[in-house]
Design a protein around this ligand. Structure first.
Ligand SMILES: [Zn+2]
Length: 129
């Protein structure tokens, strides 16, 4: 590999998340979208993050908001793809203000017109009490 993808898959960036971030191809499933969004955070690809955020929940994210955080690695714990909804549980390591931290999140995704979008964060995995 000449340019390993930041998302952690065993592939070059161009053959992995770069296909969605740079060419506009739709990510085929929630996990792939989630990985490409993580990669976009690491590479500060602001327009891609806006484009893949559900219009109803997309915040007023500014390019400057992506500065300062150094992403260190991604681990996908589980994922589930439904017809219109999808879920991904993951851990992402990062350094902020010189302090190592970990983000542990269950993300919910929604499919609109054949494209997956990041919708929001869930408290718990769907169907688990
Ligand atoms: Zn990737």
């Amino acid at each position: 590999m000449t340019n390993p993808c930041p998302c952690g898959r065993d592939a070059d960036y161009d053959q992995c998340c770069g296909r969605y971030i740079d060419t506009g191809a739709p990510a085929p499933d929630p996990e792939t979208l989630m990985r490409s969004r993580y990669t976009a955070f690491t590479l500060r690809k602001h327009p891609y993050l806006i484009k893949t955020w559900h219009p109803k929940t997309c915040p007023d994210l500014q390019p400057g908001d992506l500065e300062g955080t150094q992403w260190q690695g991604l681990e996908v714990l589980r994922s589930k793809t439904g017809f219109k909804k999808g879920y991904v549980e993951f851990k992402a390591r990062y350094v902020d203000d010189g302090e190592a931290r970990e983000l542990h999140e269950i993300s919910r995704f929604q499919k609109i017109k054949n494209r997956w979008y990041y919708q929001d964060e869930l408290e718990q995995w769907p169907g688990e009490a």
